[in-house]
Design a protein around this ligand. Sequence first.
Ligand code: MN
Length: 232
Amino acid sequence: MTATLFPSPVWPNVPVEGRAGRYPVHRIFCVGRNYADHAKEMGVEVDREAPFYFLKDAQAIVPTGATVAYPPGTANYHYEMELVIAVGAPVFRATPEEAQAAIFGYASGLDMTRRDLQLDARAKQRPWDLGKNFERSAVIAPLVEAAAVPDLGARRIALSVNGDIRQDAHLSDLVWSPVELITHLSGFYHLAPGDLIYTGTPAGVGAVVPGDSIVGTIDGLPDVTLTVGEAE
Ligand code: MN
């Protein structure tokens, strides 16, 4: 193997409930507008034809419980509580059955967002990277294997800031289900173990400031928590 001039990045990984081995993170796909009420509060509509995506670098992963410094370049740092899917088998142009079989597990996650930069990019028809793909912006709790989380749609997804409930919905409100997302996304990428999909957020997104404590919950999954630290 040829030596690299600088140390290679260390790929992040995520613990799995009840397992010694951890889940390695390769890519982070994120779905935009997957709850109708959230699309509405953002002043847009869900595109019923097809979901759309943006990506975050794997290095954006932050384990639950972390304190993250208020990020640079924003005055409107937002939480988005999301169900995260972990892909557990290679799939390309998956049928719904293949998509279902390719789901390794689920986690609670936060898609942290520099909302002012995202909206500015959206208005100028530019990419969302500055608003979405920044350091320590993808918070994740331990994964739970899919078999341990039946009847996903009945489950509540909620988020509180300093104990006040801000987001409160059910996974049945998802416009595109996990199987539909994998079926669609695998038409564009060879999905494989290591690929996470943040499935979008319900209504009630909002800003946080240093000192705030965020707790995100999905029934049957470990909570995801984040404390906002002082700006660097
Ligand atoms: Mn999101």
